[in-house]
Design a protein around this ligand. Structure first.
Ligand code: GDP
Length: 476
């Protein structure tokens, strides 16, 4: 409400109930403490155990981070290929790949895995990670230095690599006697049954001893970690409310850099700050043809009208005579295409709403197509995910990690637009999400104990099949 948003950030809980560490230089990353100005409160309270675990992790990261004694020792081992000293810190290295939404989800997944296994997370800066994200841990860096000895191999890591975990298992060379200095984990959508054994407790024993785990992933694999008995207790203590995993980890880890924060800030102040309600609509169309499509527009309008997220318009009347000051809504649309936004905006300009509300419709960019390697493109994509997360009511598209990031950061249960089949608007057009968690699109369906296939969406009440992808898994 209005009184709330007028407060200065320092009057609010800028450390998010202890989730964020104090003591960072505020100017180097304005978003870290200013985000509390725009967000509503966290959705739920982080557990005191999560908070203490994060503080412990920060100490560990500082001790093990780039160019510390331990890091240097590990680099030495990687250079020589000889693994001798098991007393040093252990690492999981996140390798940058895929669209930004996917990257954000895998970063959070890799960080949780690092917490669970007492490893330190190092982030391959790729081409633009440094431009997008601030340092999350105090007095150290999470970015992998440019002289890390394996950097040149990142592109070549694949299921065919000798160090690939699945391949090691296939060749039965992953035995305790042959601990190597690093292992490559292939947790991409195309991973095979051997790679998937990563999610079995038994196989984790071998990985425990490996100093460096190099990880490529394009999936939010957290739900499957919740199915591993060895992590069960710890996860329960960290996240008594399971649907808050990405919400808390995302808000802890992911702070837009000052340039991205500028994009967020200016847009929010100009178009979103002064209205009674903000509605986010994220449109992602997975079609070879760029569109716009009539059936997608129909679906957006059907969903927002049916679920009463936006008022209908009166085509018969030119104006509604009322002496009251109308309620205002701002609709923030995001899409690679500007077609949907133009139609919705025009509709609310050309006709009055049946409720008398006034609706402004805004779309920050229309980049046309995915341009993963372009700097400003991804800065805008990040700013748009963030802006969507600041809305009060959110509509997202099926299958899109871009939407998952927005809902998770915002702590929002979105209305998900069903994926259209045969270019027709589905009926019903959308449904409310069960939880704010992202969906794991490529989970294993394997019972590690029984060593046979099983429906992993049917084992525990808190891991369910997703609303938008029947074979996916999500925490609820
Ligand atoms: P997903 O493919 O929907 O799961 O999301 P990703 O974020 O992983 O990949 C899609 C990429 O396409 C994004 O990272 C952006 O680069 C681009 N993109 C998709 N939708 C939008 C949008 O609405 N706005 C902007 N600026 N970029 C988008």
């Amino acid at each position: 409400d209005a009184s709330d948003s007028d407060e200065l950030p320092k009057a609010k809980d800028k450390l998010l109930g202890g989730l964020l560490a104090a003591g960072f230089d505020e100017n180097s990353c304005l978003s870290r403490y200013q985000s509390a100005l725009y967000y509503k409160e966290l959705s739920g309270k982080p557990s005191s155990y999560l908070i203490s675990r994060l503080r412990k992790y920060e100490v560990q990261h500082k001790e093990c981070g780039p160019y510390t004694e331990s890091y240097n020792k590990t680099v030495e081992q990687l250079r020589s290929g000889q693994f001798t000293d098991s007393s040093t810190c252990k690492y999981v290295v996140w390798i940058s790949l895929s669209g930004l939404g996917n990257r954000i989800l895998t970063l959070a997944s890799a960080f949780l895995y690092a917490l669970l296994t007492n490893r330190v997370l190092l982030v391959d800066p790729g081409v633009d990670m440094v431009d997008l994200f601030c340092e999350p841990f105090p007095d150290t860096s999470w970015f992998l230095p440019a002289d890390f000895p394996l950097n040149a191999q990142f592109n070549n890591f694949s299921q065919k690599s000798d160090q690939c975990y699945g391949k090691l298992l296939k060749n039965k060379s992953a035995t305790n006697s042959t601990v190597s200095s690093f292992v490559y984990l292939h947790i991409l959508h195309d991973y095979d049954d051997h790679d998937k054994l990563f999610f079995c407790d038994e196989e984790q024993h071998f990985l425990q001893k490996v100093p460096c785990l190099m990880m490529k992933s394009d999936n939010y694999f957290v739900p499957s970690l919740f199915l591993m008995p060895s992590f069960e207790q710890e996860l329960n203590d960290l996240f008594p409310n399971k649907e808050t995993v990405f919400h808390f980890l995302g808000r802890y880890l992911l702070h837009p850099t000052n340039s991205v924060w500028g994009l967020v800030n200016r847009y929010y102040q100009a178009y979103l700050a002064k209205v009674d309600e903000r509605v986010g609509i994220q449109i992602r169309v997975f079609d070879t043809d760029p569109g716009p499509f009539q059936h997608v527009l129909d679906q957006i309008l059907a969903c927002t009208l049916k679920e009463k997220l936006l008022p209908g318009v009166n085509h018969q009347q030119d104006t509604i005579n009322s002496s009251e000051i109308p309620k205002t809504k701002a609709v923030l649309m995001t899409s690679l295409n500007s077609g949907y936004f133009e139609k919705v905006r025009d509709m609310f300009w050309e006709y009055p709403t049946v409720t008398g509300e006034v609706v402004g419709v805004y779309q920050p960019s229309h980049e046309g197509y995915q341009q993963t390697q372009k700097q400003m493109h991804n800065q805008k994509a990040w700013a748009e995910m963030y802006l969507l997360s600041l809305t009060d009511v959110l509509v997202t598209s099926s299958w899109s990690t871009f939407g998952y990031v927005a809902q998770g950061l915002g702590g929002l249960k979105p209305w998900i637009l069903y994926k259209p089949e045969n270019r027709t608007a589905p009926d019903p057009p959308c449904r409310r999400a069960m939880s704010m968690e992202p969906c794991f699109h490529a989970p294993p369906f394997y019972d590690c104990k029984a060593k046979r296939g099983t429906d992993t969406g049917d084992l525990v009440p808190y891991v369910r099949h997703c609303e938008d992808m029947s074979w996916g898994l999500k925490l609820v």
